[in-house]
Design a protein around this ligand. Structure first.
Ligand SMILES: O=C(CO)[C@H](O)[C@H](O)COP(=O)(O)O
Length: 220
């Protein structure tokens, strides 16, 4: 289970500083949509050049203009870029083609994706599916309740046996119920970046995941 650090709503200096502190405790680094909107592809280039060995996710949330946006992300140094699951299938398929051309990966963000479209998406093999509670839903509801929606949303995904990421207000309290779904990637933003001590928060989350995985293996 990998931890993807989501960097959002901060300056590039803060993004680089926080990533420097927490990098031993996280696996993937996400250049959040807010950083891409505010600072453009320079945000991807800056994190790529400072953290050359980390898997870098450009959370560009493409909905159209797939070839242009995905080429731009991969040329700037991203290893993974995101497209919205609700986008036209031709857009998603173009993202997959562009990623294959670059030898990179696609993450499909399932935020607000209709059921019929979920069925169509299930045919894609080489992608990561991200079950996601939006920031607006988190902010208009109790944060904990929002993260607690994730297991319920996941049921729509049962049986599809795909590479899975979870995102949206995840913290130490919601982790125990979420890891039962055995996601491949846990995307965590504010629980780390807004903590008083981000390195300590990331270390605690990593230790929790390591100890629960050890517990599972010893019962296997
Ligand atoms: O995609 C995102 C916002 O749209 C964030 O990456 C995701 O929500 C994780 O951040 P947080 O843990 O703060 O919710």
């Amino acid at each position: 289970m990998k931890i993807q650090l989501a960097l959002d709503r901060m300056t590039m200096e803060e993004a680089i500083q926080i990533t420097g502190q927490v990098q031993p405790f996280v696996d993937w680094i996400e250049v959040g949509t807010s950083l891409i909107k505010e600072f453009g592809m320079d945000s991807v280039r800056a994190l790529r050049s400072r953290f050359p060995d980390k898997c870098l996710v450009a959370d560009v949330k493409t909905f159209d203009n797939a070839a242009y946006e995905f080429d731009m992300c991969f040329s700037a140094g991203a290893d993974v870029a995101t497209v919205m699951g609700a986008a036209p299938l031709v857009t998603i398929e173009t993202c997959i083609e562009v990623a294959a051309k670059h030898g990179k990966q696609v993450m499909i963000d399932l935020l607000h994706t209709p059921e019929a479209q979920l069925q169509a998406l299930a045919t894609y093999e080489e992608v990561v599916f991200c079950v996601h509670v939006s920031k607006d839903e988190q902010e208009k509801r109790d944060r904990q309740q929002s993260a607690d929606q994730l297991p319920h949303m996941l049921k729509r995904f049962d049986g599809r046996k795909k590479k899975l990421a979870l995102a949206g207000g995840i913290n130490l309290d919601s982790l125990p119920s979420l890891i039962r779904a055995r996601p491949d990637i846990l995307i965590i933003g504010t629980a780390i970046t807004r903590a008083t001590d981000p390195a300590d928060a990331a270390r605690t989350i990593q230790e929790f995941l390591n100890s629960s995985q050890k517990g599972e293996n010893s019962h296997a």
